[in-house]
Design a protein around this ligand. Structure first.
Ligand SMILES: [Zn+2]
Length: 296
């Protein structure tokens, strides 16, 4: 099988998967439970989710390791389980994918704020935490690292550097933007152009955007990233719309058909890897895969 980078270099459009967190909740993950711990306590559920996305048409599966840094695991008393849980997360995806696609190991924010942005975390502390996680993910056999849902550029850059310094894997780095009066900005006020440029300069092989406020906004974000960074492949994993509270429950309202209807424009805007984030299901991924195929 060709490598992920070869597939991207030859211009293929690749389909990633959909939500993990909201899928685990639908399968019984309770508030206050650690999602990553389910890799060892409920491995069959995590594999079932991977299976469903692979069957729906995903070329890339993301591991259940989003909160797998020591900082995220600490509140659950699991800070000393970084290696074990991240190895388990990749192992489950490997059992499912079995050569039929690629594993992108998910790396999310630490939840800490760096000093230069008003918090108390030093860049070195974050670098160290990311290094510990990505080392285990690479050892487990991931095909790529997916640093995602980043709002802080300073934090994202530490993650990219740790990934490039400690592994030989292709590194994806994707940011979450909100739409505001001045255009799209991350939580820390960074534009898509700047995020794209600085992530690529730090060594990210693939840049992009995930989560966010619906697939229509992702088209403009991809366009802005493409303009800033014309030759770096772009990944877009969109939420199924903005989360809405209904009767105390968070719901996501974009249908598979609606998301699929935007895929042509998204590809034209520069997206080369496309999938879902919060609220998306195998049905969404199936519709997205079909729409992407239709553009070829
Ligand atoms: Zn999301």
């Amino acid at each position: 099988m060709k490598s992920l980078k070869e597939r991207l270099a030859q211009g293929d459009i690749l389909i990633s998967d959909g939500a993990m967190g909201t899928f685990l909740q639908a399968r019984g993950l309770q508030p206050g439970e650690c999602p990553e711990e389910w890799c060892v306590s409920h491995p069959e559920v995590v594999k079932e989710i991977h299976d469903a996305y692979l069957a729906a048409g995903s070329d890339i599966l993301e591991t259940n390791s989003f909160g797998g840094t020591s900082y995220k695991l600490k509140p659950y008393g699991l800070a000393d389980k970084v290696r074990e849980l991240n190895l388990a997360a990749v192992g489950l995806a490997r059992q499912v994918i079995a050569g039929k696609g690629y594993i992108a190991a998910a790396v999310g924010p630490t939840g800490r704020i760096v000093e230069e942005e008003g918090g108390d975390a030093s860049p070195n502390e974050l670098y160290g935490a990311f290094k510990e996680q990505v080392t285990a993910l690479a050892e487990g056999g991931a095909d790529a690292l997916c640093i995602e849902t980043m709002g802080s550029l300073a934090e994202a850059l530490q993650a990219v550097r740790a990934a490039k310094d400690s592994t030989a894997l292709p590194v994806m780095c994707t940011f979450t933007f909100q739409a505001g009066a001045r255009g799209f900005r991350t939580m820390m006020g960074v534009t898509p152009e700047r995020a794209a440029r600085e992530a690529a300069a730090a060594g990210a092989d693939i840049i992009g955007t995930n989560c966010g406020s619906g697939i229509a906004n992702m088209i403009e974000i991809a366009r802005q990233m493409r303009a800033a960074q014309p030759h770096t492949p772009i990944l877009v994993n969109a939420n199924a719309g903005m989360p809405v509270l209904e009767e105390g429950k968070t719901v996501f309202k974009e249908t598979p058909e609606f998301m699929a209807s935007k895929i042509g424009e998204l590809i034209k805007a520069g997206a080369q890897i496309i999938g879902g984030c919060c609220g998306t299901t195998p049905e969404h991924i199936g519709a997205i895969a079909k729409a992407a195929k239709a553009t070829r």
